[in-house]
Design a protein around this ligand. Structure first.
Ligand code: PMP
Length: 418
């Protein structure tokens, strides 16, 4: 296979080939192989869509079985047994044990579709057009989702981004000795008619900003946000597309704060990497009319089959314990790396199995990512200026794969710092 074909007929600008210049041919759990037979440890994890690893044998078997019995592959929104089993498993394993009462809307196929559905629903239900999002947020690139995405790199005046959106400061935006945090600030604005700030229909937030640079909001901030939403009749939308599906050690990322969002967006790993996106909403805000919000690809049966199979991991507490144990291991190693390279690493932060190593030196993290790739590790950067190296390996990564990847990453940092 000739890698130049991609540049010639597609583009090396648009594809990940610019960061990982090879052709991948095979993948198993947290290891992938390219056409030369070279192996790589996968800390990229499909940007959070491979929490259950590549080619989990149980998932493979269930999909092969469905195909062999001629299950309906593209069903649009028809009721199929594949969808039935997914909904049942999701209810029984995830929602009911957590005391959560939500209706499911299948949108899709991508996370961005879930975000845009959530924004539309909030505006419809509250009959207000304003939406609030946060600095450094990432919710997608199509025009509606782009309106709530922070990073100015993605914006261009000529796109004519359509929504009525205000960006507010994310948690820890102000210094510790400032008198108020961003929620206090918002509340003041909304309660003071002279500010000209209209109360929004909804506020969309990631509890940990993934693409924005692994910015972890505090429990206190999330609780205050929820309270403000209740007090001022605003719908709280949690975008759990990247940090849901167990990434933080709980199935939903907001569980640690004990808050109950009105709307939740989920995608990526919910279909184990096959296209699926869902919106969860409190039953009383499911106010769609028949056919009002549709699309062709909302019923990927293989994603339902794969997703329902992967959810079996949540049948008991073992998986969550495993995530937390591995996460603590990563944290320990990352803190040791920071201590070893104090002139190059300015911060280490994360939760569960999402971690970031930040450098204030321009271009440092991109160089580490390139160096790591050379030595058999896929690790992406995050943050407005690519100032963070991101750890987002499959939650199922074996201890041997984890250690190997961490060793390659540390060696890449050493080589780049030298
Ligand atoms: N929201 C968040 C928090 C995300 O991380 C992403 C993808 N990185 C999206 C939305 C958009 O999802 P998709 O790329 O599947 O459209």
């Amino acid at each position: 296979m000739d890698i130049d074909l991609f540049e010639k007929y597609e583009s090396n600008v648009r594809g990940y080939i610019r960061s990982f210049p090879t052709i991948f041919t095979r993948a198993k759990n947290a290891t992938v192989w390219d056409h030369h037979g070279k192996s790589y440890i996968d800390f990229f994890g499909g940007a959070g869509s491979l929490n259950y690893g590549h080619n989990d044998p149980a998932v493979q078997e269930a999909m092969i079985d469905y195909i062999q019995r001629d299950g309906m592959l593209n069903a649009l929104d028809k009721a199929t047994d594949a969808k039935y089993h997914f909904i049942k498993k999701f209810q029984e394993t995830i929602l009911l044990p957590r005391g959560l009462d939500y209706k499911i809307q299948f949108v899709g196929p991508t996370g961005t579709n879930a975000v845009e559905t959530a924004l539309k629903l909030a505006r419809k239900v509250k009959q207000r057009s304003k939406i609030v999002a946060f600095t450094n947020a990432y919710h997608g690139h199509t025009l509606g989702a782009l309106a709530v995405t922070g990073n100015e790199f993605y914006h261009d005046d000529y796109y004519g981004v359509p929504l009525n959106v205000t960006k507010m400061p994310f948690d820890q935006y102000f210094d510790e000795d400032d008198q108020m945090d961003s929620i206090d600030m918002m509340r003041r604005y909304y309660e003071d008619g002279s500010s000209g700030y209209e109360v929004p229909a909804g506020i969309i937030v990631e509890t940990i900003q993934g693409e924005g640079g692994i910015n972890v909001s505090s429990i206190e901030w999330l609780k205050k946000l929820e309270k403000m939403c209740r007090d001022l009749d605003i719908l709280l939308i949690i975008d759990d597309i990247q940090v849901g599906n167990g990434r933080t050690g709980n199935f939903f990322s907001f569980e640690r704060a004990g808050i109950t969002p009105d709307i939740i967006t989920i995608s990526k790993s919910i279909g184990t990497g096959l296209p699926m996106a869902i919106v969860l909403m409190r039953p009383e805000i499911d106010q769609w009319s028949p056919g009002e919000h549709t699309g062709t690809f909302r019923g990927n049966s293989l994603a339902f089959i794969a997703g329902a199979t992967a959810l079996k991991r949540w049948d008991n507490d073992e998986f969550a314990k495993e995530i937390r144990r591995k996460g603590e291991w990563v944290e320990k190693r990352f803190r040791a790396i920071k201590a070893r390279f104090p002139d190059h690493i300015s911060d280490v932060r994360g939760l569960g199995m999402i971690w970031g190593i930040e450098s204030s030196i321009e271009g440092f993290c991109n160089e580490v990512s390139r160096e790591a790739f050379e030595h058999g590790l896929l690790a992406e950067t995050a943050g407005a200026t690519d100032q963070v190296i991101k750890f987002l390996a499959p939650l199922t990564i074996s201890q041997a794969e984890l250690d190997k990847g961490l060793d390659i990453l540390e060696a890449a940092i050493e080589a780049t710092a030298a």
